[in-house]
Design a protein around this ligand. Structure first.
Ligand code: PLP
Length: 354
């Protein structure tokens, strides 16, 4: 780092390791929970015609109300809940952190989605992570104690959890919600692949909000996430949203593409079938342990995990190496791809252990 920026930068930011996205050109990309499905050919011409009418000389619609309606439909969200859109759900995590006061704390579980902690650092909030137990379940007594001790302002719970893939015990989460004056944020990034959701519980718990995203259902490139909560909560948080945070190309594209509810649901069903197949195939390999998943990825424990990761990478398949992460010794995470990608991956894993 040159002298100017080194002297200029906040010391705590200087100390952070940048969020690393590995290069993936020409690789089979099974590392980031993206959907393997491209836009259907039949839609492309119509989509381009729709885009041709866009007025890029104008600012976007300020609250993207047309797109909001499309999202209410796509995700069956009751009309009396409020919705706040973000440039990815990451932006909404940041917005929630910005709503906190100096000295406030964010609470989550470990291991979970790393952005909760990273954003806490950016915004100078305290962060506390309560370790999950051996089955990757919430340690409820430890969580309740942490709530008591730290009096958090925000509690993030990914449901299903990333990187472990499970949904936590519903009763434990309900007890957390009712034991705190914090806003409890259930991050349902993987809702399309899960058996359960807290969408129906928003009316019951005033301190509950949900995050969702279109990133894991086929549209990671759009950068579009949503927060769902009561109208009052959403109206208050909306003050912190930057004007025009959802650009016109995202609004128009999402509004067109997310109307294809049947296609999106069909693709999710394919991923669920592939998840079952991939899980059995991995489980059948001697020495591997696959964890149950409610998401579009699988976490598995493998002998010489880091070497397996390197072998896959050398052979053009990129997954996520968690083998040195706390509580995840020898664990790797693979995104469920299409049938061909999954087979290719399995063949390489078998080859490695032969
Ligand atoms: C992928 C992921 C996100 C990020 O979603 P974006 O909308 O792409 O920013 C949020 N939360 C969890 C738990 C995730 O795994």
């Amino acid at each position: 780092m040159n002298n100017f920026i080194s002297n200029w930068l906040r010391p705590d930011i200087k100390a952070i390791n940048a969020y690393h996205v590995p290069p993936s050109d020409d690789m089979v990309k099974l590392d980031a929970m993206e959907s393997p499905f491209p836009l259907p050919d039949a839609l492309i011409e119509q989509y381009l015609a729709y885009l041709a009418n866009v007025e890029l000389n104008r600012y976007p619609s300020p609250n993207a109300s047309e797109l909001q309606q499309t999202l209410y439909q796509l995700m069956d969200i009751p009309a009396d809940f409020g919705m706040l859109l973000g440039n990815g759900s990451d932006e909404l995590i940041q917005l929630l952190a910005l709503a906190c006061d100096t000295g406030d704390s964010i609470l989550s579980v470990e291991p979970s989605f790393v952005m909760y902690q990273i954003i806490a650092k950016f915004t100078r909030l305290n962060y506390h992570g309560v370790e999950l137990n051996e089955n990757f379940e919430i340690d409820l007594p430890a969580m309740l104690l942490a709530i008591e001790t730290h009096q958090p302002k925000l509690i993030f719970i990914a449901y299903p959890n990333n990187p472990t893939g499970n949904t936590f015990d519903r009763a434990a989460i309900e007890q957390i919600i009712t034991s705190t004056s914090a806003m409890v944020v259930l991050d349902e990034a993987y809702y399309a692949y899960a058996d359960d959701s807290f969408l129906g519980d928003i009316a019951k718990y005033p301190n509950l909000v949900l995050l969702r995203t279109v990133s894991k259902i086929g549209f990671a490139g759009l950068r579009l996430g949503l927060l769902i909560g009561t109208q009052d909560t959403v109206a208050a948080l909306d003050k912190l949203r930057l004007p025009y945070n959802i650009n016109t190309l995202t609004q128009v594209s999402a509004n067109f593409l997310l109307k294809e509810k049947d296609e999106i649901n069909k693709n999710a069903q394919i991923i669920l079938k592939q998840r079952t197949k991939l899980s059995s195939a991995l489980d059948a390999i001697n020495g591997l342990q696959v964890y149950p998943s409610q998401a579009n990825f699988l976490l598995f424990k493998a002998p010489s995990a880091h070497k397996l990761f390197a072998f896959l990478k050398a052979n053009g398949v990129l997954i996520k190496d968690l083998s040195t992460a706390p509580k995840l010794t020898d664990c790797l995470r693979v995104t469920v791809g299409n049938a061909e990608q999954n087979q290719h991956f399995i063949n390489l894993v078998k080859c490695f252990y032969d």
